[in-house]
Design a protein around this ligand. Structure first.
Ligand code: ADP
Ligand code: MG
Length: 514
């Protein structure tokens, strides 16, 4: 990004910070939603049919492993919130403005070989999966593979820290994690915003809103339906073969197919780029490399490989899948993300970044570095260093304030509260190097109504805001695109800790700016 743009952004961020209202004001200005779902039944048909006619659907769960061909066509509406959930407007605007700074920060991290090596080596042999990705990164570096572009499709996730017990405090968006690989739900998220706009216009949410109101101006536009396809298309054009194709690397039993198909539709209808869906095993089976290091499928050159798989050990059940990925990585094809980007998204990197001086290693301007740091909560190693040993003790004596995370993506791997001390007892010192300790963010609960499998559920919920980030740079490092790419709101019942939609914990929602 040009320096003056960055300065303008920094000034704007300072101004936004000064406009913030207190937690008391935020909590008081939220509408309240009726909790008697028996009176809300007419909303079900309206919402479900709108979803079906706009592609806010998933493959039915029984599809996994099913042989019956007709089952391939069995769809189910994606789980959604019936109405938008409140997010403080100033915090929403702040993290939107912050996203290009984070895109640039992660680009610099990914290009700092020494930093990646020292941070990932500190994991020791604790994490086989990350070690394997790291090894592939080193092998690729040794081959000196030339890639015509770098494309980043990120999502920075936040919970709102607004303790009801501290009404005079200012609500703050705190970062849960920064995803650099396979960030999903961009398409469905934008469409759920449209669903809420439709229900508001059509029904006024009559019967649902008990007190307060919802104005259309409180529902922000969301460009996440198109931002990923546009970003991939910008990177594609740097590859230099307009007749080439994009391969989307997918999981064989993917249920969230339509969220992905929307990206494919955007590439085709707006940019005339064809997408071919393949698993890593199929990449190995069907793709070939020519003498110029170009990758082909059935005679068509592959300019970009966009990964919606490859973030979990389960995506590599055999050597075939690893070799499929390696075929892409050693070719000229631009992988999204590249190996360094994938590694930069590790939870260990997030923890090290929170240590004094580390953000500043990548961002010279101390004011801008401060704006990044404002999103962090306490993050600690659990290794044999003094900090690590102190963190183990703190977590054991105050487990309710923390979450323990391994180097995993995709939801369902973390340990919370009372489960933390036995975990810390069980793990060896070597194993503990693969984990980090994070302070728990206590987001305020809100009484909402969720629609899942054709039925309504009233529940106290908590929302997690994700901001997509799109980055494209060319082979010389010049920045072509650096922008925020819209947002995602996922909402879950407040009595569960984990928040993934695909993992079955949350629903797709949209923000109501308060
Ligand atoms: P994953 O890569 O599996 O998505 P996350 O770090 O996003 O891992 O954690 C999964 C979920 O756990 C989040 O979506 C959030 O609901 C919850 N969570 C993670 N970290 C925190 C935290 N510090 N405070 C509160 N909840 C958290
Ligand atoms: Mg997550």
């Amino acid at each position: 990004m040009f320096l003056n743009q960055l300065c303008n952004r920094t000034n704007l961020l300072y101004r936004i910070r000064q406009m913030s209202s207190t937690t008391r004001e935020f909590l008081a200005n939220r509408p309240t939603y009726a909790q008697d779902v028996s009176k809300l039944q007419p909303f079900i048909d309206l919402a479900v049919d709108w979803q079906a006619s706009h592609g806010v659907v998933l493959r039915a769960p029984q599809l996994s492993g099913a042989d019956a061909p007709w089952l391939k066509a069995a769809l189910t509406p994606a789980p959604v919130a019936l109405a938008p959930s409140p997010i403080p407007r100033t915090e929403f605007e702040r993290v939107v403005q912050l996203q290009p700074i984070l895109n640039q920060l992660f680009h610099r991290i990914a290009n700092d070989h020494e930093f990646l090596v020292s941070t990932l080596e500190s994991l020791g042999s604790a994490d086989e999966f990350t070690a394997r990705v790291f090894k592939m990164y080193l092998d690729q570096r040794e081959l000196n593979v030339e890639k015509p572009a770098v494309i980043g499709v990120h999502r920075s996730d936040y919970l709102i820290d607004a303790p009801a017990a501290e009404p005079a405090s200012v609500p703050r968006a705190k970062q849960v994690e920064f995803n650099t690989i396979a960030a999903s739900f961009a398409s469905l998220s934008s469409l759920v915003g449209d669903l809420h706009r439709f229900l508001l216009a059509r029904t006024g949410y009559e019967g649902l809103i008990e007190s307060g109101s919802i104005e259309p101006s409180q529902l922000p536009t969301n460009e996440s339906l198109t931002s990923i396809a546009d970003g991939i298309a910008a990177g594609f054009s740097l590859y230099g073969n307009s007749g080439a194709v994009v391969v989307m690397v997918v999981q064989p039993n993917e249920r969230n197919v339509y969220d992905q198909r929307w990206v494919e539709t955007g590439l085709w209808e707006k940019h005339h780029i064809k997408t071919i869906r393949l698993s890593f095993a199929e990449v190995l089976e069907k793709c070939t490399l020519d003498e110029n290091n170009r990758l082909f499928i059935n005679g068509e050159e592959i300019a970009v490989a966009y990964y919606r798989s490859g973030y979990a050990p389960t995506d590599f059940p055999t050597e075939q899948e690893w070799q499929g990925r390696w075929l892409i990585e050693k070719s000229r094809t631009v992988s999204v993300p590249n190996l360094a980007y994938h590694l930069a998204g590790c939870k260990k990197i997030q923890q090290v970044l929170a240590q004094p001086g580390v953000v500043e290693r990548f961002i010279d301007d101390l004011g801008t570095a401060d704006l990044v740091r404002e999103c962090f909560v306490g993050l600690y190693p659990l290794d044999e260093t003094k900090d690590g040993q102190d963190a183990v003790q703190t977590a054991k004596s105050n487990p309710d304030k923390y979450v323990v995370k391994p180097q995993r993506e995709g939801g369902g791997y973390n340990t919370y509260g009372g489960d933390i001390p036995p975990l810390l007892e069980k793990l060896s010192a070597e194993e503990l190097r693969g984990y980090i300790l994070m302070e728990l963010i206590k987001a305020p609960g809100f009484k909402s109504v969720l629609l899942r499998d054709g039925a309504l559920f009233a529940s106290e919920v908590v929302s997690e805001l994700g901001i997509y980030g799109i980055w494209v740079s060319d082979a010389s490092g010049s920045v072509v695109v650096n922008k925020h790419g819209g947002h995602l709101l996922r909402t879950k019942s407040s009595d569960v800790y984990e928040g993934g939609v695909a993992a079955g914990f949350a629903v797709i929602d949209s923000p109501l700016l308060v």
